[in-house]
Design a protein around this ligand. Structure first.
Ligand code: ADP
Ligand code: MG
Length: 259
């Protein structure tokens, strides 16, 4: 990489709290364009907090540090501005939006992202073709995406829906918060396939996961272990396997440093 290259995501000395409780305690993370990074860690270590803070969810207060997307600070930007700038978050627990039809929801979202890139809104028929084609590609049942967003969807269907949104929105940075948890093997493979197909030089992905399972299908460039609001160890894909074998206690006990 050239010295002048700007990382797609740069998290610098990030401190964040929720309800005055410090959760992230000085987190640094650099994700270059085209890379996939996995964030692993025990329950409660702050993985979802990191994902939500990158997306700008208002419950979290950033008390110090910065988050830069493609060189521009996101800190002062509202969640919708971040989304238009190219940040996508697939939620650990996708929300149901009764009465909001998936089709309309995605049309508005895709047009908003296009507008930001100085592109015109897609014609209805053109959008519909993309919508239907993408549903097929990511293997989300076509009747589901004709309904209200996530309403009455099973857990696995919601997660597949998140991959559908990812594929439709073509973000610069996708953060997937435990998109793999609770999935059966077919859904897990479908999710992994979407991630692999979305991999490209101008897109970065952060895959947050408690378990190593999805990393059998998606090979990350780097793996980071988050413990108590800080990244305590980073490595290549082999680190995930090591954690799978030896558990997080191996890292949290401090033995992880000796290799
Ligand atoms: P992870 O995704 O790694 O399991 P989270 O980011 O969800 O961890 O949570 C990090 C910590 O923040 C946990 O200790 C959790 O209990 C705490 N936390 C989450 N939400 C709140 C809240 N509303 N008030 C206080 N603490 C919270
Ligand atoms: Mg979580």
């Amino acid at each position: 990489m050239g010295a002048s290259e700007i990382p797609m995501l740069a998290v610098r000395g990030l401190h964040a709290s929720i309800d005055d409780t410090a959760i992230l305690k000085g987190l640094d993370l650099t994700v270059n364009a085209g890379e996939i990074h996995a964030i692993m860690g025990p329950n409660g270590s702050g993985k979802s907090t990191l994902a939500n803070v990158i997306a700008g969810r208002p419950e979290y207060e950033v008390t110090d540090g910065d988050i830069l997307l493609d060189g521009e600070s996101l800190i002062e930007m509202a969640p919708d501005e971040r989304a238009r700038a190219g940040v996508f978050l697939a939620f650990q627990y996708p929300v149901e939006l009764p009465g909001v039809r998936y089709w309309q929801f995605m049309k508005a979202a895709v047009d908003a992202v296009r507008k930001e890139r100085d592109e015109t809104p897609l014609q209805v028929r053109e959008f519909d073709r993309k919508f239907t084609g993408m549903a097929k590609t990511v293997e989300v049942r076509s009747d589901l995406v004709r309904r209200s967003v996530n309403e009455g969807f099973s857990g696995g269907e919601k997660k597949r829906g998140e991959m559908f949104q990812l594929a439709m929105l073509e973000p610069k940075l996708a953060v997937l918060d435990e998109t793999d948890s609770g999935l059966d093997i077919d859904a897990l493979r479908a999710v992994a396939r979407t991630v692999n197909e979305m991999r490209e030089p101008r897109r970065s992905m952060v895959v947050v996961t408690h378990y190593q399972r999805i990393l059998n299908y998606v090979t990350p460039d780097f793996v980071h272990i988050l413990v108590d609001g800080r990244i305590v160890r980073s490595g290549d894909a082999g680190l995930a396997e090591e954690v799978e074998d030896r558990g997080y206690e191996w890292v949290t006990a401090g033995n992880g440093a000796a290799s």
